[in-house]
Design a binder for this molecule. Structure first.
Ligand code: ASP
Length: 432
């Protein structure tokens, strides 16, 4: 039998995803113009509305995958991450502060620039869901699920996080106990979780392969029904996200400057390969080996710091994604004319943290977990469709920031003292 890898892939699959999306965008705009560009003929309305079907299906699949993905990502991280000795607390503090900074920068820029003001979309018919005000005490009461599987069924992200943390902590403890006793019973579960996690990611790849079709349908429908008006707001959103990512980059450089021996110029020059690879692949996982090598060979960090920051950190350190998820929620709320109150923005912060932990390091993964951030504050997830058309570009930019975050953590873990090269050690010894 012929091996699958020997089969030539169809032409469409050989075109990189971003090019597929670009082609889909161009064809969609042409079709949208042909169908009326804002003044559609009534006889075409049914057809135009049906163009949204692929996008709705993709969003439905993303929503369905989001909860298992976050649960498995958190369990996988708890069970498999090996963090030597006291470095754990230091790493955790660095990751949390960087992610919080990213989300706060994102929220600040979205609140100040208000990109959603540039366009207005009708709120969905079930507006009651959107306008439900968030009661923090109610949320606290609601944090514990009534049944273990309920958060998975209801897509309730706060309950899911509670569950994932509880099981994650317990499983890590059990693994440590068993390892100390020389037992290996935990291995079967660990392998099961790893396998399931990989399976969900593989299904995610299938869904992502359909994104160009979804973009085609939703853009053609939007242009046909509403013309180019909604895209003005998207342009403003792109600018706002780029400003926020740039600020996050500056924040990293200042942390590197004050917290490590590496100078910002050396950091950028040494890490440029990794940053460019991140931008061109839109995958921090695919970039990981290059980031690791750059940290060791080009910047000259110790192996322990590079492996902790890049290999361990990259699993759950996705600050660019966290920033993007928070900004997207605020943007869609602004476009719909909904005011997200401070407690609601607080929920955005909490859920964005976990959404970024759960986002796999592959292209478009942020879109999956974004559905949970939206649901947590009662925003309608169908408006994520709007973002799909620009995500191929913003994904690259946030992936570069995700990788820069890992590089920053590695540099800070390396401390203020540079590791001496063997030749330098010899010179020092001979001077003594
Ligand atoms: N593509 C991003 C990464 O690989 C994840 C995301 O979609 O936000 O880091």
């Amino acid at each position: 039998m012929e091996k699958p890898e020997n089969k030539p892939r169809p032409l469409w699959q050989r075109i990189p995803l971003y090019l597929q999306i670009l082609i889909a965008l161009i064809v969609a705009v042409l079709l949208g113009i042909a169908l009326g560009a804002g003044q559609p003929s009534p006889s075409n309305i049914v057809f135009i509305n049906n163009l949204a079907i692929p996008c709705n299906l993709v969003l439905k699949a993303l929503r369905a995958l989001a909860t298992p993905l976050i649960l498995l990502a958190v369990l996988h991280a708890f069970m498999t991450a090996t963090i030597p000795g006291r470095s754990g607390r230091r790493l955790a503090t660095l990751l949390i502060t960087n992610t919080l900074a990213a989300i706060l920068i994102g929220l600040l820029v979205a609140n100040v620039l208000q990109p959603g003001r540039w366009g207005r979309l009708a709120a969905p018919s079930d507006a009651s869901e959107v306008s439900k005000t968030l009661d923090p005490w109610g949320l606290l009461q609601d944090m514990v699920p009534e049944a273990v599987l309920k958060p998975l069924v209801d897509n309730n992200v706060i309950q899911l996080i509670f569950l994932a943390l509880a099981f994650g902590i317990v499983l890590r403890g059990l693994k440590a106990e068993q390892t100390a006793q020389g037992k290996t019973d935990y291995l079967a579960l660990e392998q099961g979780i790893t396998l399931l996690f990989e399976a969900v990611i593989r299904i995610l790849h299938w869904v992502i392969a359909l994104v160009p079709l979804a973009v085609f349908g939703i853009v053609a429908k939007t242009v046909a029904l509403q013309g180019f008006e909604p895209f003005k707001a998207l342009g403003a959103f792109i600018v706002a996200v780029l400003v926020a990512l740039f600020l996050q980059g500056c924040y990293y450089l200042s942390r590197v400057y004050f917290g490590s021996w590496v100078s910002p110029q050396h950091f950028l020059a040494g890490g440029s390969d990794a940053l460019l690879t991140a931008f061109s692949t839109a995958s921090s996982t695919a970039t990981m080996p290059i980031t690791y090598q750059a940290m060791l060979e080009k910047i000259g960090l110790r192996e322990a710091s590079a492996s902790l920051g890049v290999l361990v950190g990259s699993n759950f350190n996705n600050d660019g994604t966290a920033l993007y998820e928070a900004m997207s929620a605020l943007f869609v709320a602004q476009v719909l004319g909904i005011n997200l109150s401070l407690p609601q923005q607080f929920i955005v912060v909490i859920t964005s943290i976990f959404a970024s932990v759960g986002a796999a390091g592959i292209p478009e993964a942020g879109l999956v977990t974004m559905t949970l951030v939206f649901s947590a504050v009662g925003l309608p997830t169908q408006y994520i469709a709007l973002l799909i058309s620009v995500d191929w570009f913003l994904d690259r930019c946030r992936t570069a920031i995700n990788v820069m975050g890992d590089m920053t953590v590695s540099a800070i873990l390396d401390g203020k003292q540079r590791q001496l090269l063997p030749a330098e050690e010899l010179t020092l010894q001979s001077e003594e």
